[in-house]
Design a protein around this ligand. Structure first.
Ligand code: HEC
Ligand code: HEC
Length: 170
């Protein structure tokens, strides 16, 4: 009798602590986007396996890695001259990692050529902006000794969707 009561108590305690963790997890997630970003939510990142997505894409372009991305993929505007294999590396390290997101921030998984997510066009515009900073403003800057200094996505984003305008604590 006493034993079964204790068992019930233990079960109730376990259930409560599980509910507590779920609550904490949900709360943590709702604060997970510092600075807000766009109002378009990132779809189901819990179920998205980025490593598997990249592996599938690599498999699907096997043997064509060195062909221009514009020939291998369907809807590439800025990066068309880049080898297709390199475009995938840019997606993984240049874009996702620089912004601290996964592919689903800019893509609906398995609809890679679709422009349905506004972040994808922002990323295109950012590429053009970085290119203009590099090629029009930094190129040959005499005070820097005339060498080509560069900015890229990481320079500003540093693992965050919204680049900081202040250091922490300011
Ligand atoms: C010179 C600094 C700078 C560089 C370089 C830069 N960005 Fe940005 N990026 C910004 C700023 C500023 C914003 C706007 C943040 C805000 O909402 O106020 C932004 C916003 C974005 C957003 C929208 C994020 C969201 O969901 O709200 C994306 C996507 C993005 N950048 C991608 C890129 C990519 C990809 C690159 C590299 C090709 C890049 N950025 C390079 C400064 C930069
Ligand atoms: C910050 C936004 C952003 C992130 C994150 C991102 N991409 Fe992209 N992706 C783009 C943009 C922009 C293009 C189109 C480039 C262009 O037009 O030159 C693109 C194009 C592609 C294409 C070509 C599709 C086609 O057929 O036209 C593939 C494949 C792709 N991305 C895969 C990925 C994968 C896999 C990830 C995650 C590892 C990822 N992307 C992460 C912005 C992003």
């Amino acid at each position: 009798m006493a034993n079964s009561f204790r068992a019930k108590l233990t079960a109730a305690a376990l259930l409560l602590s599980f509910a507590g963790s779920v609550f904490l997890y949900a709360t943590a997630r709702s604060f997970a986007a510092p600075g807000g970003g766009l109002a378009v939510p990132t779809p189901t990142p819990e179920t998205f396996d980025q490593a598997a997505a990249v592996a599938n894409l690599r498999e699907s372009i096997k043997g064509r890695e060195n062909e221009p991305a514009g020939k291998v993929f369907k809807n590439v505007k800025n990066l068309a001259e880049m080898p297709a294999g390199r475009l995938l590396a840019v997606m993984q390290f240049g874009y996702s990692r620089s912004l601290g997101v996964d592919c689903t921030h800019c893509h609906t998984p398995d609809e890679w050529s679709s422009d349905s997510r506004p972040q994808k066009q922002i990323a295109r515009d950012m590429h053009v902006m970085a290119g203009r900073i590099n090629n029009e403003l930094l190129k040959g800057m005499q005070s820097l000794g005339g060498r080509q200094a560069i900015v890229n996505c990481t320079t500003c984003h540093r693992g965050q969707v919204k680049p900081a305008t202040n250091l922490p604590g300011n």
